[in-house]
Ligand binder design. Structure first.
Ligand SMILES: [Zn+2]
Length: 183
């Protein structure tokens, strides 16, 4: 696998059909709970994922890496959690209830066996609106770390997430200046 410094490899995360169905049902439930009885509950939930990311096709080969596959599952749960709560959970483990029915989320790297580093508020990207919310504790993947970037929802855009592979210089660029370099 060739690594080119300076350009993170982005793997768009897509919510599965079940997740969309879950969002629709949750939104419908909230609508019903929040309003007086109505004969016509909202038939459709607002779209959660922006259209461009849905059009991107993730390379299935990427998820042969078990760590990337775990992060893909986690990031899908993050998007669903964010869609429901407008924030990420205080504890990473709280994402488990947002996993797809046939998924069991794992919060440790299968290679290093160390828990992923989770930053609930996210570390802002050097440029752009993406935030680093989770990454490998050590650069165990041939000197790189798998990580999750999230873009929070804002005016005219919905939240999105990407599974990326970061070199050490790229990871350092996310860390505040007053944080000592990682070991
Ligand atoms: Zn890993």
């Amino acid at each position: 696998m060739q690594w080119q410094s300076g350009e993170p490899r982005l793997i768009p995360v897509h919510l599965g059909f079940k997740a969309f169905a879950s969002i629709a049902s949750v939104c419908a439930a909230l609508f019903i709970a929040g309003c007086a009885p109505t004969p016509k509950p909202q038939p459709k939930a607002a779209p959660v994922i922006d259209e461009p990311s849905r059009e991107s096709v993730a390379d299935p080969l990427e998820f042969k890496d078990p760590c990337a596959a775990r992060l893909h599952d986690i990031s899908g749960a993050m998007l669903l959690c964010y869609a429901v709560n407008h924030q990420l959970p205080a504890q990473l483990q709280d994402l488990s209830k947002y996993a797809e029915l046939d998924q069991t989320l794992e919060f440790t790297c299968p290679e290093s066996h160390q828990p992923y580093v989770y930053v609930r508020e996210g570390l802002p990207a050097p440029s752009g609106g993406r935030r680093l919310v989770l990454y490998d504790a050590t650069p165990v993947h041939k000197g790189t770390r798998w990580a999750i970037l999230m873009r929070p929802s804002g005016p005219g855009q919905s939240a999105a997430a990407w599974v990326v592979q970061l070199s050490e210089p790229m990871l350092q660029a996310y860390l505040p200046a007053n944080v000592p370099p990682l070991k």
